[in-house]
Design a protein around this ligand. Structure first.
Ligand SMILES: [Zn+2]
Length: 261
């Protein structure tokens, strides 16, 4: 049983810990508007809301950022998973907070594209990549104090790296500015399509890769290997995983959640 109120209190405390670190690291690069946002959270405004039932956004979504509902809060939906205790839910959910917190400050898709605008998915894809890239860097720096679970945005990060190489601007003042890269998002259509193609091509290799496992575990390994490829945007960690499982034991198999953030 999950105590929703307790979980919310714990996640708010954890989120403020992360926001304090973000403030310490990046405040100088923030606009006045973003400084106001982070200060109000650190002064006690609620950061996280824990909802009952399923997400109105998409049924199997465990978390999403504040912009989705336009209320500036990170929303969690613990009921979409089968957690046996509040502590277990907290351990799973808190790893998503660094990514979600960076959404408050990295918002280059703020261009008011209409629903049917073809530029909209490209901008969204880019934003998720940039958010996840910075969240991973942040975690590398604060490993000792912060919990982090990779989102499946490895290919989005590949896309961001292509654009940053092309634009030649990776300064934090650029990264935290809303409209730096994507004013003319059409420019990046080719890169976007090539990243989607490479994702498709790498995922298509999975059935072949899992053949080294006994038939009864192939279904489970199928999910694990797909997740690793999506997280890294490459085959590297999937191959590593397969090699590490060669002296095959059932305990080696992960059951990675597939958090949608
Ligand atoms: Zn996200």
């Amino acid at each position: 049983m999950v105590d929703h109120e307790l979980l919310e209190a714990k996640l708010n405390e954890e989120a403020r810990k992360i926001l304090a670190l973000i403030k310490n690291d990046y405040y100088q690069f923030f606009s006045d508007k973003k400084r106001e946002v982070i200060d109000s959270y650190l002064n006690g405004e609620k950061v996280v809301i824990v909802n009952r039932g399923v997400s109105i956004y998409r049924d199997n979504t465990i978390a999403h950022g504040g912009r989705t509902l336009g209320d500036g809060k990170i929303h969690f939906y613990p009921d979409v998973r089968d957690y046996s205790s509040t502590e277990e839910a907290f351990e799973k959910c808190k790893g998503l907070l660094p990514h979600e917190c960076f959404h408050f400050f990295i918002q280059p898709d703020d261009l008011d594209y209409k629903e049917e605008d073809p530029r909209r998915p490209i901008a969204g894809y880019y934003t998720e990549g940039l958010v996840e890239k910075e969240a991973r860097k942040f975690y590398e720096k604060h490993k000792d104090t912060v919990t982090f679970e990779k989102a499946n945005y490895g290919f989005n990060i590949n896309f961001v790296n292509m654009i940053q190489a092309r634009v030649g601007a990776t300064e934090y003042t650029d990264i935290f500015s809303e409209k730096k890269y994507l004013i003319d998002v059409d420019k990046y259509k080719d890169e976007y399509e090539s990243v989607l193609e490479s994702k498709k091509a790498l995922l298509a290799k999975v059935p072949e890769l899992i053949k080294v496992f006994p038939l009864s575990f192939q279904a489970e390994m199928y999910q694990t290997i797909r997740t690793l490829i999506k997280q890294d945007g490459s085959l590297d960690s999937a191959i590593q995983k397969i090699n590490s499982c060669k002296s095959f034991r059932i305990e080696d198999l992960d059951d990675p959640d597939d958090p949608d953030v």
